[in-house]
Design a protein around this ligand. Sequence first.
Ligand SMILES: NC(=O)c1ccc[n+]([C@@H]2O[C@H](COP(=O)([O-])OP(=O)(O)OC[C@H]3O[C@@H](n4cnc5c(N)ncnc54)[C@H](OP(=O)(O)O)[C@@H]3O)[C@@H](O)[C@H]2O)c1
Length: 306
Amino acid sequence: MAELYQQFFALLGALVCLSFLMRCLKFLKYMFPPALPQSFFRSMGAWAVVTGAGDGIGKAYVLELAKHGLNIVMISRTLEKMQKVAFEIEETTGRQVKIIQADFTKNDIYENIEDNIKGLEVGILVNNVGMLPYPVPCYFLNGPDSDTNVINCNITSATKMTRIILKQMEQRRKGLILNISSGVGIFPCPLYTLYSASKAYLVSFSKALQAEYKSKGIIIQVLSPYGVSTAMTRYKQTDILTKNANDFVRESLNYVTLGDETFGCLAHEILGFVLKLIPLWILHSDRLQKKFLEQFSDIGRNPKNT
Ligand SMILES: NC(=O)c1ccc[n+]([C@@H]2O[C@H](COP(=O)([O-])OP(=O)(O)OC[C@H]3O[C@@H](n4cnc5c(N)ncnc54)[C@H](OP(=O)(O)O)[C@@H]3O)[C@@H](O)[C@H]2O)c1
């Protein structure tokens, strides 16, 4: 019996070492990503479509992809912000920019979007638009009832945009789709329940779709970043873990051929690995939730009272 136990623990140890080694190899790939040819992104097609493109991570994508030689379709809510970004792109890169104003919390916007991009050779789609139901953590019932808006903005938008654009990618057997999920989408995250669940949808949708379409030459990747300093995070001070949007996007574009799922940058890849080591029962414990809420004062416990 003692011998059996010994063998069991030796096997367990070997498995843990193997998984650790595999993880180290993965980190190495992020430290030394494969050099993509200069024309890689442009070779996907002439145009890139980015949702939520007027600010934050979406704006960083359009600026970066224009530098790579793509014309840009910006789809977002505030016209003035997009006009400013479009002006910057046209001035600095000479690329064409098409602006489509749309509110992704609505469902009746897709016919107009489809009409507006008809005839464009879309090589890249970035499903970036997303919203937090409430800026601080809180219990589901204590948050505002913005369920439909969150589902439309975080889930329906990526699904519908993919349906519109994937067809032509399939015909050309070429294309890149980047779906922006979140680090809190890779595990059921209490106090961000709706947001976390909506982002988990993107992970599952993306990975299953990649399995369907990889043989057709299309790259579909889901990105699950943690902190990026934008309006959504109230422009949190950047540090080793909180990235500037431009730096985050520039780094994440180096990893598009590294597989169907990434955290988008090495720092978040390491943070994600560490968080995955924490058992879910600890992350889901009442005590931890209460501690977390305390950090965000009484607002998180009952924002309706504020
Ligand atoms: N920042 C982070 O730390 C972080 C971490 C993980 C994941 N993410 C994800 O990354 C994506 C981008 O986040 P971000 O931080 O860049 O956000 P952001 O700074 O708030 O920018 C979001 C952009 O999307 C647009 N937008 C928001 N709601 C919209 C709607 N209903 N219809 C059309 N456009 C809308 C905004 O329009 P306006 O110009 O009108 O404001 C803005 O241009 C989101 O999916 C978010 O969930 C962010």
